[in-house]
Structures are given as C-alpha cells and as structure tokens.
Write a protein that binds this ligand. Structure first.
Ligand code: CA
Length: 222
C-alpha cells in the first residue's frame, strides 16, 4: 500500500513530492503528462495517484474522468490552484478523493496520502522509538524516558523525519522542503534553529551535525 503515482509536469514540484515520499517509505513514480498518467493509473500497479490539473497531453480533470468511467476506484488526490474554487469543486465532483491546493507543505500532502491509504490490513506504525526518545504519531507527542515533552507542530514534524530515518544524513534543503515547504528561502537558517530546539528538548547528542552535509540521527542509541 505504498506505491504512489505522481502526475505532475512541473519538475520542481514532482521532485519535491517524490523525494519526500521516498524519505517516508513510499515507492513513488513520476510521469509528466496526462496521457501516460492515465496509462499508469490504469495499470493496476499503484495504490494512489497525486494528479496535477494543468498537464500537457490531457488535463488532470480528463484523466480523472476517464479513470472513473473505467470504474477505477484508485484513490486520487488532485493538486489545485489555491485561489481556484472552481478547480476544487470540479475535482471533487469529478470523483477525486481529496485535493491539495498549491503551494503546499509536504506534510500537508503526506497527511492526506496517509489518510487515503489507511488500510485495516496493514497496521500503521504509531510509535517511533530511538534511544530514550519516543514519538507518538497519533497524539503528536514526544517523550524522553517516558516523560512527556512539549514540542510545537514544526518541531514534531522535524523530529519525525529524523526518527523515521535513523543514521541517514538529511540535508538542510531536504529538511526545509519537508517541514517548511518548497517555497521557503533556501538560505534560511531556520533548520539550524529548530535542530537547536530539538537538542535542548530531546537530548543534546541525538542529532549529530555532519559538516558540510546536514544532520543525522545518531545510529547508535545512548
Ligand atoms: Ca502543471
């Protein structure tokens, strides 16, 4: 239940979604036009489609309509323009399961994808534990040695990506696009500031600085 088809012609957005999904254990595939998008969606090889509206070849609404005409039940999340009520209505009336207004933060899309893919067959991971720190993904609460620690939504989102990828170096750019969205200024030091907050709240040694590359959750637990 983790094969996601991304139909998006804007390579920056497609790459942003693809990277984010891969970091969260999904298997994403990107196609850049409506006709191959429809072909892939009909192949039976995907669990969900993230579908842009403005596409070369065939627009997203037509792809969606063809898919539903063929009685495909594949969950579809449409990427709409934020200011277009018409698009949103058309998406939902056309049989989309959900929509995501652009621009969006990765976590907003991820939450919608997870919701649509939730299956009673595969029990979801609800607790990430690493060393003394546990993250409860349902309540969005952190604990250190069993004691609850207050994290803001941003801090929790940042902690979650580290805790899902222990031992893996995550660049500032990856963390920025994952937690803050692709429109954030890449020169910002907000990631460093928030890593500082997490070190203060969760423990100084857990998140290591990898000089010139980014940060990593230490593979060995203290
Ligand atoms: Ca487009």
């Amino acid at each position: 239940m983790n094969r996601v088809l991304i139909v998006e012609d804007e390579t920056r957005i497609a790459a942003f979604v693809e990277k984010g999904l891969r970091a969260n254990g999904f298997t994403p595939t990107v196609v850049g036009d409506g006709i191959s998008g429809l072909g892939h969606a009909m192949s039976g090889e995907f669990d969900l489609v993230v579908l842009d509206v403005g596409l070369p070849g065939m627009d997203g609404f037509t792809v969606l309509r063809r898919l539903r005409q063929a009685r495909s039940q594949l969950p579809v999340i449409i990427l709409t323009a934020r200011d277009s009520v018409t698009d949103t209505v058309a998406a939902l009336e056309g049989g989309a399961d959900d929509y995501m207004p652009k621009p969006f933060k990765f976590d907003e899309l991820l939450a919608r994808i997870r919701l649509r893919l939730r299956s009673d067959r595969t029990p979801e991971v609800t607790m990430l534990q690493h060393g003394p720190v546990g993250l409860d993904l349902r309540t969005r609460r952190a604990s250190v040695d069993g004691r609850t620690v207050d994290l803001s939504a941003r801090e929790f989102a940042l902690a979650e990506i580290f805790w899902r990828n222990p031992g893996q170096v995550l660049s500032r750019e990856q963390l920025l696009s994952h937690v803050w969205g692709y429109d954030f200024d890449p020169g910002s030091n907000v990631v460093d500031v928030y890593v500082g907050y997490l070190r203060r709240k969760l423990g100084a040694d857990l998140i290591e600085t990898v000089r010139g590359m980014g940060y990593r959750l230490s593979a060995s637990t203290p």
